[in-house]
Design a protein around this ligand. Structure first.
Ligand code: SF4
Length: 455
């Protein structure tokens, strides 16, 4: 049996510059499990290896196709599934990923056989074993009849049985453990993954879900909102196996509590690990733990991405963020004093008036922030907010759910005016931030060089 694992993408307005390219970590964990089962497989991710999906389907002739991607890639996933089935009607198509965890019904298609809507690897393992069992390696027919009875026992799967979708209940996991990911694709394509100018980047996940409940956020829906950390021993073992200089800890929020952060710092020091780190944090943790930020800087933290969201306590309260404008200002000061670059994440509310855009720009200027992104308020399907706003949502195309498009009408102005004020923030960043300009210049050179080589 041959399996093709594909990370699916959709182009956005950032695509030309690709400021962030990540390794397909979730597929690398599945790769480890497939090795354990001695199943031949390949991972493709066009942002890393530039390979064409269609060519791979034709040349690799997989028996099973695993597709994964974010909300913006829903349409790409459906198209890939359709293409694969047209090439080979016997291929089994499996879909997973964060969108399928909460919105599995978006993949109810006759071109898809199984949807994994429980993101843990026990479910993946049980599914792989089921497929291995059902595959007929010697006979003319590639597949024995699916024994749907055994699929019924695997929690967190939805599957197409004789034209009808059956959905097994999802169970939250209560212990979070992961194997060592098989990073072959990254070894074959080193220096492809990047976060802005940090090149040679590996991802690391030390926890699942988030214990906070900011109203706009999808992360808290993962694992039914139950936050779990991986055992530190396992995390250290994984770090030691990473070759890359930069490690981006992609926990929804990494700096949660003093005890576990101090434990992490202590272990990194004791093991003599010398890496450069990037991680997400809340502003209140930074503001209230200056001593820890100093220690993080000493062990190599170079960048913290913090959800500052807004400069107004009124808006912060309405998002139920649990942080304040003062904490945001303290976080900016502390990171600056400790030489850790801050990327601030902001939210442009749908009820923003002209004065709110002005206020946000003025605050960014006052704080002298050079690296930040502003997202347009987008209620993601599967969250409580989506239910609240669903009657006002007038964009159904998921590829537009990239936080740079309006999916609902602004309350106080036309869409055009909203976009004008919104993009003005980015124009201002371009002119005021040498960091952003140098990144864009550098990236443009890389792109032109690549084009001239390929001619
Ligand atoms: S915004 Fe950050 S802190 Fe809030 S729920 Fe999401 S991940 Fe957690």
């Amino acid at each position: 049996m041959k399996i093709l694992l594909v990370k699916c993408h959709k182009n956005t307005i950032y695509s030309a510059y690709q400021p962030i390219i990540c390794e397909p970590l979730e597929l690398e964990y599945i790769s480890t499990m497939l090795d354990e089962e001695s199943i031949k497989h390949n991972i493709i991710d066009r942002l890393i290896d530039n390979r064409s999906f269609k060519n791979c389907i034709i040349n690799c002739t997989p028996d099973v196709l695993f597709l994964t991607g974010y909300i913006t890639a829903v349409d790409t996933i459906l198209k890939y599934a359709n293409y694969a089935k047209k090439q080979n009607k016997d291929i089994k198509v499996v879909v997973g990923g964060v969108h399928s965890e909460v919105n599995y019904e978006d993949f109810f298609s006759l071109d898809i056989d199984v949807i994994q809507h429980q993101g843990d690897l026990h479910t993946s393992k049980a599914l792989i074993r089921f497929l291995k069992e059902a595959f007929n390696s010697s006979g003319k027919e590639k597949w024995r009849d699916f024994d749907y009875k055994s699929l019924e026992d695997i929690s967190g799967l939805a599957y197409l049985q004789h034209g009808n979708w059956k959905v097994n209940e999802k169970k939250a996991i209560d212990f979070y453990t992961l194997p060592l990911p098989k990073r072959t694709i990254m070894k074959e394509h080193p220096y492809k993954a990047r976060y802005m100018n940090y090149i040679g980047l590996a991802l690391l996940k030390t926890s699942i879900s988030c214990p906070y409940s900011c109203r706009f956020c999808y992360c808290k829906e993962i694992n039914k909102g139950i936050y779990l950390k991986r055992p530190i021993e396992e995390v250290i073992m994984e770090i030691k196996a990473i070759d890359e200089e930069y490690i981006w800890i992609v926990d929804d929020t990494f700096l949660i509590d003093r005890t576990s952060t101090l434990d992490f710092i202590d272990r990194i020091k004791k093991e003599g690990i010398n890496k450069k780190w990037i991680a997400y944090s809340r502003a209140d943790f930074i503001a209230n733990n200056e001593d820890i930020i100093k220690m993080l800087s000493e062990i190599g933290f170079v960048e913290i991405i913090a959800g500052l969201e807004d400069s107004s306590d009124e808006f912060l309260d309405s998002y139920e963020k649990g942080t304040s404008k003062n904490e945001g200002e303290e976080a900016v000061r502390i990171l600056k004093e400790n030489n850790i670059r801050l990327t601030g994440l902001f939210l442009a509310g749908i009820d923003f008036k002209k004065r709110d855009f002005k206020r946000l720009r003025a605050w960014i200027k006052k704080m002298n922030l050079k690296s930040y992104t502003v997202s347009i308020f987008t209620p993601l399907k599967g969250t409580e907010l989506y239910e609240e706003y669903k009657d006002r949502i007038d964009v159904k195309d998921f590829s537009k759910y990239d936080f740079l498009h309006l999916v609902l009408r602004p309350t106080h102005m036309s869409k055009l005016r909203f976009y004008m004020y919104f993009y003005m923030i980015y124009v201002e960043q371009f002119f005021s931030s040498p960091y952003i300009r140098s990144f864009l210049k550098h990236r443009l050179k890389e792109i032109l060089k690549k084009k001239s080589i390929s001619k």
